[in-house]
Write a protein that binds this ligand. Sequence first.
Ligand code: G3I
Ligand code: 9MR
Length: 562
Amino acid sequence: VPTAPEQAISLNQIGFYTGGPKIAAVPVPVPVPETAAAAETFALVTLDDKEVFRGDLSVARRWPHAQGRVRLADFSSYTDAGRYRLQVEGLQPSDPFTIADNVHNELNRSALKAFYFNRSGIELTAFYADRWARPAGHPDTAVAVHSSAASVSRPEGTLISAPMGWYDAGDYNKYIVNSGIATFTLLAAYEHFPQYYAAREGAIPESGNSLPDILDEALWNIRWMLSMQDPADGGVYHKLTTLRFSDRVMPHRATAARYVVQKSTAAALNFAAVMAVASRVFADYDAELPGFAATCAEAAERAWQWAQDHPDQPYVQPPDINTGTYAFPGFDDEFAWAAAELYIASNDDSYYTEFTRYRAASGLALGVPSWTRVDTLAYVSLLHHQQHLSGAADIDGLRAALLNLADTLRDGAVTSAYGVAMGGGAGDFVWGSNAVALNQSLVLIQAYRHTRRIDYLHAALANLDYVLGRNALAMSFVTGIGQRSPQHVHHRPSAADNVVEPVPGWLAGGPHAGQQDGCSYPSDLPGASYLDDWCSYSTNEVAINWNAPLVYVSGALEAISW
Ligand code: G3I
Ligand code: 9MR
């Protein structure tokens, strides 16, 4: 019998590192029993019910984003590997979990594999895709130029080839802005932890070639992105899409005509940033991919030039199209990010000048990265490459800004009822809130890498615990991971494939009180407004930009030894 969330002990459903923090959240029963005193202690028990550790519960605290109060159970000092449950008198015991080294390796593999499952233009064979094998969909070799994208050399209706790439999410369209941050995040995972990814092979058709799988996966999308640049002027189409969202069918059954739509400043700059990163990452693979790094570098510069000539061309959805927009006002953050990546790739100081100019123009303190806020990614890259930069870069200033953001997040984790940074910021429960948690972790991991201070790492892990179960729903938000995970994600292949289990490795968007889909939710509170139903595209869709920080964070925590 499933336990109601307000009765359930909530914890990372995979488990804990032997040498790491181990914390669960225990709900305070409502109403508090008047006769019997509420439990003051918790027990860690083996699966044959032997108690191996007992500890005191912390004081009860209210989390402002959900009903009720919780107390924390901290058993960090217990370090024996094994399978356990947590018990608190008066509550159901927790689901079993593991204490071990490398507890998040399988999660990392699965989260990266999700990108393969969303590939456009390729058959997924049973050897790689198991039960989720499917025919190829969306070859995208004859995509029409939409009226909004017509130019002299490519009038409306011109057919271009723009194959490969990942479907964005639960829909089958491909959007430059969003695949930009997703691709960057995978490339950053590789750049920051190359040994970890070099040793992880074997999941995709390219496994066994001389590139790590994570780079092969990123290449699938980078090749598509390159085809979205108009060779005539260097501008980049904002998206490749059908006119409306398809029905709930498998990819090969969704055959409506596809279009490349309007060039935009955001698309050009996202593209420039990603291609600049790709040019330095793939420079090491010139033997395998002759000339590819140089192609990326040139594409980046041309897109940057186009944006110089079109510095304020927002994406405006044409009236005949109703798919995702990925439009957000203001391009200072995109300019800053692209300038920084071009600076790192070229060591040309004028790009650094542009980076500082656009950062100052935005007037914003550094924020958690998202598709609407990409300037933080510039800091991540600049600090990672600090040893190789020219004297122009103000390393101390960059570092101070990043640590300032990380300190706020870490302090939020220390004072939060659940012990997590997630929920400390006013805008944390946006559409795709689970990715906010993981991008907060990504920032905290940078702070750890540049200071080696363990409190940053603990806060980063706490937010991963949050998406894996230490939350107000007491569930893991990743398909196929943990005992209670989403079964009915808003993901067309998962809904249409006649396989009971959803495609594995996908992070659901997470709690968000917008309820734009009109489904009926169990709670209106932002941290609990979530529905595991196809209906709920505002909380239960999956998306590449949400999975990418799951890959980054799970891999980083594995690569760092506890
Ligand atoms: O900009 C406002 C901000 O000023 C305001 O304070 C805040 C309050 O909610 O809203 C902000 O805008 C939000 C925007 O995301 C940026 O965060 C919108 O309300 C919100 O509706 C919008 O949600 C986006 C959603 O598409 C609808 O456009 C999500 O970020 C985005 O992840 C999602 O992406 C979709 C694609 O369009 C289509 N493919 C699936 C994908 C995932 O659901
Ligand atoms: O399925 C679509 C999903 O991928 C998008 O994120 C979402 C918001 O743009 O829209 C979904 O499509 C819905 C459409 O907007 C309204 N009619 C119902 C569709 C889902 O069944």
